[in-house]
Write a protein that binds this ligand. Structure first.
Ligand SMILES: Nc1ncnc2c1ncn2[C@@H]1O[C@H](COP(=O)(O)OP(=O)(O)OP(=O)(O)O)[C@@H](O)[C@H]1O
Ligand code: SF4
Ligand SMILES: [Mg+2]
Length: 392
């Protein structure tokens, strides 16, 4: 893909960042590889209220104690089934939602409970790209107004004026400067997402959180948008957190991948390790659901693990390991004791009592729970099956 150049190739583009960002910059930039964002024990419980007095009767534990860090210049992919808390996590780290517990540090500064004023400088550094380019752009505003809004909100006057800078951003994302006066409904889904990306990049953020940036787009357009994000990352030194509901989207762009299940991170590993030797049974099951795109491997017989049952409710998650109601390896300890997320190999952290691809993986001398046992018996409903041919 031919990419319009960003001037000096740095994050600053046509105007010097020190001029326009000025005193608003919190601390000095993190060097590549340094921790940019650090999340510890992060929780978000949405209260459930009932009755005349709106009494609190419970809570949706959307994000329920997660720890991870994002390093400068990397792409962290976040995957998991619908409802596991990915978007909530994204909104927490961009501080669009107030956490119930835990801490969020950005460049070493605790931003967990910063108010609107305190967050203003941070807003430039952390931006979000939303899933649905149809609903995330105001249909009554022109492209120019939409992409120019962050400058107005932050009181930033780029060199040459906002219009010139917006037109430059339009060409950076592969649109034409002439699109400045057009409305969102004049664009296709892929073009709208490019507008969303231009808006997110306007203030030259350090961290971009993209919540399923391509899932609303045609498959043929998805690769173009993913490639654009990839090119922009290289040119501008961006750091990404990319949320997706399956592993195929994040596979090629992520350096590390976090797998979420019911509000928890169950595995967090370097991309290659995760694909070659997934250690959490849930990761393995997710992976086996990804079609094999390589035509030479089309006829390879591969094991497909079909997960038993639905995702349990985040209002009352299962005791112990939350995955035990669907795991084919679950034993007694899995129902009572929550496995902590620990590093079992350099670059691979996971939360499981009986990890895959590990010396102590098989619970041979322990008794499998009946649900687990059922899933290991081929041919039983919800059982572990071997698909004839994987791929397609
Ligand atoms: N504002 C809210 N109030 C109450 N519950 C919420 C709210 N936002 C999300 N939830 C609930 O929190 C859980 C996690 O939702 P979230 O949107 O973060 O999941 P997700 O992983 O992004 O799912 P999807 O893949 O469908 O986008 C879900 O059970 C959802 O219904
Ligand atoms: S083996 Fe146990 S701890 Fe590991 S994923 Fe299965 S149920 Fe959870
Ligand atoms: Mg979501």
């Amino acid at each position: 893909m031919s990419m319009p150049a960003y001037g000096d190739g740095g994050r600053a583009g046509d105007f010097d960042s020190s001029e326009t960002r000025g005193a608003a910059t919190l601390t000095k930039d993190a060097a590549p590889g340094e921790v940019l964002l650090k999340v510890t024990g992060l929780r978000k419980h949405f209260p459930i209220r009932k009755g005349l007095f709106q009494r609190r009767v419970g809570a949706v534990r959307a994000v329920d104690g997660i720890d991870f860090e994002v390093r400068s210049g990397e792409t962290l992919g976040v995957v998991g089934e619908s409802g596991c808390g990915k978007s909530t996590m994204g909104r927490l780290i961009t501080r669009l939602l107030e956490p119930t517990a835990g801490t969020i540090e950005f460049e070493g500064k605790d931003i967990t409970h910063l108010g609107v004023g305190g967050m203003r400088p941070m807003r430039r550094d952390v931006q979000m790209i939303f899933q649905d380019p149809y609903s995330s752009l105001n249909p009554r505003h022109t492209t120019g107004t939409i992409i120019g809004a962050p400058f107005k909100l932050q009181g930033v006057e780029p060199e040459g004026g906002i219009k010139k800078e917006v037109q430059r951003l339009l060409s950076v994302v592969g649109l034409s400067p002439e699109h400045y006066n057009r409305y969102p409904n004049e664009f296709s889904g892929g073009q709208r997402q490019r507008i969303g990306i231009a808006r997110a990049l306007a203030l030259k953020p350090k961290l971009v959180v993209a919540d399923e940036p391509v899932s609303a787009l045609d498959v043929s357009i998805q690769a173009q948008v993913v490639n654009l994000m990839d090119d922009l990352q290289r040119e501008l030194g961006l750091t990404y957190v990319i949320i997706a509901h399956d592993l195929s989207v994040v596979r090629h762009v992520s350096d590390r991948i976090a797998v979420m299940y019911l509000g928890k991170i169950v595995e967090l590993a370097d991309r290659d390790l995760l694909y070659k030797t997934p250690m959490h049974p849930y990761t393995k099951a997710l992976m086996s659901a990804v079609p094999i795109p390589d035509p030479r491997r089309r006829n390879a017989r591969s094991e497909r693990l079909l997960l038993d049952g639905d995702v349990p409710s985040p209002i009352a998650p299962p005791s112990g390991c939350r995955f035990h109601t669907r795991c084919w390896k679950a034993t007694q300890i899995c129902t009572t004791t929550e496995p902590p997320l620990k590093e079992l190999r350099p670059g691979q952290r996971l939360a499981c009592h009986h990890p895959e691809n590990f010396a102590d993986q098989a619970p041979q001398d322990t008794i499998l729970l009946s649900a687990a046992k059922r899933t290991t018996e081929p041919g039983t409903p919800g059982g572990r099956r071997t698909a004839g041919t994987a791929g397609g």
